[in-house]
Design a protein around this ligand. Structure first.
Ligand code: ADP
Length: 261
């Protein structure tokens, strides 16, 4: 629990710092990219400088894409938690996920029909699925299976799962698993760290799982993963269930701001 708290604080600090830097950086990049474009247009086709200038412009565009992601990561967006059906959201974006993940990967959903509702910003819940699916895709370059499952889970005191620090109670369990390359223990130990990535520069930012972690924490949820190199990875997330007669564990009646001004 403590290490999850440390993670959350660290992430917020890094997010704020990164957001500030990304904003200023973006302004500078606008100048660099804009001027590169203008000079490229003005240069005659045979000019030897075009090759280098094209490299400058391409690098500038990659940098702009990175700062956009940083801004999205740290954006102080107004959250609007709602009581939603996780099954409905999964069903809604299943086709989109299948497209994103490519032809070689089969997407399977196993949605228990009685899965309770949860209290979360619906856009953020989609973001969680999207980020996990993107990672699953990257872990299965030669194909495989992505499985998304939901079901209710009642956590009793002393349950093995309470090692997550989860209070006993009613939860919705979301499992996202793949048959991909899996993670070595030293990768798994750092996977939630902002900017930790094993992917090639330009491909990975190391912000996907940090974002997932932040969203789950904001929803008073819990996340962990089981992973075996060469076999695959399974992320398990618990969201407090919203039942008819019980107040949700999350008490956010007002929209809450992520981060601080
Ligand atoms: P990124 O995807 O940009 O690298 P993430 O924070 O989403 O950043 O993931 C961090 C690292 O965790 C990845 O670089 C990868 O090594 C590992 N990882 C995450 N998800 C999976 C997965 N489903 N299978 C194998 N490795 C994974």
């Amino acid at each position: 629990l403590e290490s999850q708290l440390v993670h959350a604080r660290k992430m917020e600090a890094v997010g704020q710092l990164a957001g500030g830097v990304a904003h200023d950086f973006n302004n500078l990049l606008t100048v660099i990219n804009g001027c590169s474009d203008l000079v490229l247009e003005a240069l005659p086709p045979a000019d030897a400088g075009r090759v280098m200038l094209t490299q400058i412009r391409d690098a500038g565009q990659r940098a702009a894409a990175l700062t956009r992601q940083l801004l999205a990561f740290s954006r102080r967006q107004v959250l609007a938690p709602q009581v939603i059906s996780p099954n409905a959201v999964v069903a809604n974006i299943e086709k989109m996920l299948a497209r994103l993940i490519g032809e070689d990967v089969r997407v399977e959903t196993v949605l228990s029909p009685d899965t309770s509702r949860i209290r979360v910003d619906p856009g953020q819940f989609e973001q969680v699925l999207l980020n996990l699916a993107t990672n699953a895709r990257d872990a299965m370059p030669t194909g495989g299976r992505l499985t998304i499952e939901t079901e209710n889970l009642v956590l009793a005191r002393g349950d093995a799962l309470s090692r997550w620090g989860a209070r006993p109670g009613a939860y919705v369990a979301l499992r996202v698993s793949d048959t991909g390359c899996g993670m070595a223990p030293e990768v798994k130990a750092r996977m939630f760290e902002p900017f930790f990535t094993t992917k090639d520069p330009g491909k990975g930012t190391g912000l996907g799982l940090a974002t997932v972690f932040g969203i789950v924490k904001q929803s008073d949820g819990f996340i962990d993963a089981e992973s075996e190199a060469g076999r695959g990875t399974c992320f398990r997330i618990l969201f407090p269930a919203v039942t008819d007669d019980v107040r949700p564990a999350s008490q956010h009646d007002e929209p809450v701001r992520k981060g601080s001004e």
